[in-house]
Design a protein around this ligand. Sequence first.
Ligand code: FDA
Length: 320
Amino acid sequence: MASILDRPLRAGILAAADNPLVRRAVTRYGMRLGARRFVAGEGVAQLLTAARAANAEGFSVAATLLGESIHERSETMAITDEYCRLLDAFAEEGYDANVAFKLTHVGLDVDPELAFENASRIVAVAAKNGNTVRMDMEQSRYVDATLETYRRLRAAGAANAGFVLQSYLYRSEDDLTAMLPLGPNVRIVKGAYLEPPEIAHPQKREVDASYLKLAELALSHEGYTAVATHDAKIIEHVERFAAARGLPKQGRFEFQMLYGIATPLARRTLERGYRVRLSIPYGEFWFPYLMRRLAERPANVAFFLKGALSPNLPVTKDRS
Ligand code: FDA
């Protein structure tokens, strides 16, 4: 989340993400522009290398094949197949890794029923392997469908599925309260998209306060909570809150951070005995993901542009 002073810049970066010229320019120069800091690579082999290294350090992993808003039925099925193969590879090769995916990547924009079927397939392979799966939360227009999909999965007996709530949305406290009877597996995040003040807290301090409220609510009830943030103050608060409630350091909650961000904080949290899961993205379609990471911290833009000044940039496939 950018500070309030960064808000216009953040909005500008997120708006630029929808501009075909920006998309073309950024994707043309591939990973060399600095995307590599946030993305393991474009192929599964690079994901597995990054996951292996993270596991060796003691981190759990959540792998994500980058992409969203797929409009071809056959493509959503190929993406689902890839997630299933990945889950099997994790099981066969002994990785401490699960997957997190976006419902629009597996068909939500085509047909909610297709997204449900594809999600069910991924969840079933994970269940067969004794693993878990999480559906990310996307723009606010997808919240109802995502929560409904989670409810349907749970009603179908899938206890290994999880979902995400964004603390910038006013509605999230009610959404969490409604889910509590299920003993939900919920990841709490601040929220990475540009949402209007009619539905989302515009001020960072309100987003942070809402985050703590959601985390405390989730931790006070049955279920599993993934506290996903790089905010050291929130992490310390959650540690104190959990200790005061007598929650063990592992088993009821975990911390989650994004690959390439706040790594020293992730290591310190791990050293204190908590489970820390790194979300590692990979795949060709890294552009929107990268733009969200830049928008969260506009200082990253400078880091990113430094790469653009390097001579002899290799040109990668144009995916605009
Ligand atoms: P905040 O923005 O307050 O940042 C705290 C500190 O972290 C900053 O001061 C800075 O030091 C560091 N930091 C944060 N972002 C950085 C960046 N991009 N580069 C460098 N440093 C940075 N969102 C969503 O809408 N749906 C989802 O499903 C998910 N899923 C998800 C999974 C995981 C594991 C994480 C960690 C995050 C998400 N998010 C997400 C993104 C989330 O909503 C939010 O945008 C980012 O986590 C940034 O917010 P922080 O909680 O880190 O706090």
